[in-house]
Each structure stands twice: as structure tokens, then as C-alpha cells.
Design a protein around this ligand. Structure first.
Ligand code: COA
Length: 234
């Protein structure tokens, strides 16, 4: 987690109004990013060029990778790591903490013993890879890991790890399919296009416009070429 977070730039620009705990000095921490109205951010580290839409709350240790976008009315409570080029649809939530269910009470609010009972909270970090699409209203529970390229269906409740490039839906979320056949998944993982910025990705722009499932005989060759193009030094 530490290594991952340290790769992020603490920078930003354009912010909305009514930002809960965002202090004026914090505004400089998010250059290149858009933050909507009534967004509540505390402890978030952005990779740059992010968008966080209105009425979203992100607290605790949360790291959001380059170009990832968070829809409106989302709730993210860290420790959470989200990779690059992810899209989180409106009303989605991810929590890395459970209240203890084995103590006298699950109540940890400051109104009883001034939050001292929070020491029993159990933090299980949530880790989301890159190019992950999280559907409207999905809930990601503590300790869940979601691999690169995965899709989480609308309103799903994710309780278990979701492998890379799986399509997982339902409550509890189950893998109902895969975005691509196995050999293509392996090549896309090798390509790891999400590690690059838009400028470098222009070199393989045409690959983004292909449909890997329906109309590309020779997809493997196309991807193999893209790997060479993207990885070769300038
Ligand atoms: C996950 C999703 C992408 C799958 O789309 P798809 O690949 O076209 O899948 P299908 O519609 O063929 O569904 C496959 C199966 O999963 C089920 N299913 C699909 N999405 C589901 C969901 N969100 N919850 C529960 N079951 C779902 C379907 O009923 C179907 O079941 P069956 O095989 O028993 O008939 C899509 O259903 C979804 O949830 N999209 C999110 C939309 C959204 O939130 N958009 C926000 C824009 S940012």
C-alpha cells in the first residue's frame, strides 16, 4: 500500500463549492482533476487527471490512480487503493472497515466514549486494479481485491476477490463471464496499457477501437504488435 501510494502525485485543479473538509491549501493537492460540488475529501491521494463528481465522500486512506473517475453520490472509506483508468459509477460504495461484531456493541460513534470504541474496528484494505468498471450502486466490502480490467455489475455486493477481466454480478457477486478469452487476457495483462499516459497510448490508438470478442480474427497478433510498439524505447 505504501509503495503504491508513494507513486501518486499530490496535485489538483478545478474544484467545486461546499467541499466538506477540503481546506484552501488542499486545493493545490489536486491539479488536473475536477472535483464537483459538495464533495467531501479527507486523506485522499490522487494520481492526477481524476474526476470526482458531486456529493461524493472519500475518507480514510484512499489512493486513486491516474485518470480514474468517481461518479456522483459515491462513498469510499479507506484504506482503499484504486488503480489507473478506473470508472466508478454513481452511488457505488467501498468500505475497508467493519465495526467489531464480537464486542458488547457495534457502536463506535463519538457520542459514546468519544470514539474510543473505534479501536475495535477491523480494517481490511480494499484493492482495485486498473481499467476496472464498477457499476451503479455496487458495494465493495472490506478485504476485497478486484483485478485489472474487471467489471462489477450494477447493484452488486462484492464479498470475495474478483479476478482480472472477470464480469461479476449479483449479491453476493459471482463471476458470470470474462471479458475476453484466456489467451487474450494474458496478452492484455502483458500490454498493461494502463501504465501509460494518453500521449504514449496514441501509438496504439487503433487497438482501442477494435472489438476483441466479436470481430477480430488475429487479435493475438494485433496485441503482440501493440506490446512491441508500446514497450520499445523512444
Ligand atoms: C455487468 C454488465 C456489464 C453485464 O452486461 P452483459 O455482459 O451484457 O451481461 P448480460 O446482460 O448478458 O447478463 C449476463 C447474466 O448476468 C445477469 N446480470 C447482468 N447484470 C447483472 C447485475 N447487475 N446484477 C445481477 N445480475 C446481472 C443477467 O441477468 C444474465 O443472467 P442469465 O445468464 O442468468 O440470464 C451489466 O449488466 C451491468 O450491470 N452494467 C452496469 C451498468 C452501469 O452501472 N452503468 C453505469 C454507467 S457509468
Amino acid at each position: 500500500m505504501k509503495t503504491f501510494v508513494s507513486r501518486f502525485k499530490r496535485v489538483g485543479r478545478r474544484v467545486g463549492t461546499g467541499l466538506g473538509l477540503l481546506k484552501p491549501r488542499d486545493v493545490d493537492l489536486y491539479p488536473g482533476s475536477n472535483v464537483g460540488d459538495r464533495v467531501h475529501l479527507r486523506g485522499v491521494v490522487l494520481g492526477g487527471n481524476n474526476s470526482i463528481s458531486h456529493d461524493t465522500s472519500i475518507t480514510g486512506k484512499v489512493a486513486i490512480g491516474y485518470a480514474s473517475t468517481i461518479g456522483h453520490n459515491c462513498v469510499l472509506v479507506g484504506e482503499i487503493t484504486i488503480g489507473r483508468y478506473c470508472q466508478v459509477a454513481p452511488y457505488a460504495a467501498a468500505y475497508a472497515t467493519n465495526h467489531s461484531t464480537s464486542c458488547l456493541s457495534t457502536y463506535v460513534n463519538k457520542r459514546l466514549f468519544n470514539r474510543e470504541l473505534q479501536r475495535h474496528n477491523r480494517i481490511k484494505p480494499v484493492e482495485v486494479g486498473s481499467d476496472v468498471w464498477i457499476g451503479h450502486g455496487a458495494v465493495i466490502l472490506p478485504g476485497v481485491t478486484i483485478g485489472n480490467g474487471a467489471v462489477i455489475g450494477a447493484s452488486s455486493v462484492v464479498t470475495k476477490p474478483v479476478p482480472a477481466f472477470a464480469i461479476a454480478v449479483g449479491n453476493p457477486a459471482r463471476v458470470v463471464g470474462w471479458r475476453f478469452p484466456k489467451e487474450i487476457i494474458a496478452l492484455v495483462q502483458e500490454l498493461a496499457w494502463w501504465e501509460y499516459g494518453p500521449e504514449e497510448l496514441r501509438k496504439i490508438k487503433e487497438v482501442f477501437f477494435l472489438d476483441f470478442v466479436n470481430d477480430v480474427p488475429g487479435t493475438c497478433e494485433v496485441l503482440s504488435k501493440a506490446i512491441v510498439t508500446l514497450k520499445k524505447p523512444c
